[in-house]
Design a protein around this ligand. Structure first.
Ligand SMILES: *Cc1c(COP(=O)(O)O)cnc(C)c1O
Length: 225
């Protein structure tokens, strides 16, 4: 299959899932996860109409950024170490994986030194899987309140990952829980905190995520198989 036809199939599946949930297809943004492919394939997916690209490792992102620059909208979706923050702030449009106050503080410091505002999502570990990073839902209110006080970072919403292979019911339970959490946070009206984005769903579960309110789906394998 060509990348262009995979994009078409994936966009059709996104539209179908959105419509089945009474949502507008254009309210769901496809982020092509290019972590397993090189610049030529990243350029191909961009040319096929997917303008949001996601990377999970800082160095791999920087390699692609050196060639492709700011033309794509870049997303950093993987676990981020605080000592790597300085390389990506101001270069990626959205960091999906902020899971501690300490990490948010580092992003804030770097953004202020560059005179930019960095958009971020707060990542939560809804499933409770120990192998997954992400803050726990219990910590949510305190964490968001503290992050809302930082200058130079703007919270746009939440992100989570479902465990692999748990099936539709469990996926939907996890995605619905993230949506509920975002509504609870929204009701707190923390200054400068928006809950408009929900980043959830990958190749194996993006339809479940869209039915539960995903606005950003992070898809790799289905596009580059
Ligand atoms: C790799 C990755 C994805 C994409 O996974 P696929 O199953 O290949 O679609 C999504 N989100 C994160 C955080 C990833 O690391």
């Amino acid at each position: 299959m060509s990348i262009a036809s995979n994009v078409e199939t994936t966009q059709n599946r996104i539209a179908k899932a959105a419509l089945s949930a009474g949502r507008k297809p254009e309210d769901v943004t496809l982020v092509a996860v290019t972590k397993t492919v090189g610049v030529p394939q990243a350029q191909e997916v961009y040319s096929a109409g997917v303008h949001h690209l996601g990377e999970n490792r800082v160095q791999v992102f920087l390699d692609k950024y050196a060639e492709m620059g700011d033309v794509p909208h870049w997303h950093l979706i993987g676990h981020l170490q605080t000592n790597k923050v300085k390389y990506i702030v101001g270069k990626v449009g959205l960091i999906h994986s902020v899971d501690t106050l300490h990490l948010a503080e580092e992003i804030s410091k770097k953004a202020l030194s560059l005179g930019v505002c960095q958009n971020i999502l707060m990542q939560f570990n809804i499933s409770g899987e120990e192998s997954k990073s992400g803050a726990t839902a219990d910590e949510a209110k305190r964490l968001l309140e503290a992050v809302s006080e930082l200058k130079g970072v703007s919270v746009q919403g939440l992100m989570t990952m479902a465990p692999i292979g748990v099936g539709t019911d469990e996926n939907r339970r996890i995605f619905a829980a993230l949506k509920t959490l975002s509504e609870k946070i929204d009701a707190e009206k923390f200054a400068g905190v928006s809950m408009k984005q929900l980043s959830m769903g990958m190749s194996g579960d993006f339809e479940d995520a869209i039915k539960e309110g995903a606005t950003l789906v992070r898809v790799g394998t289905a596009l580059f198989k």
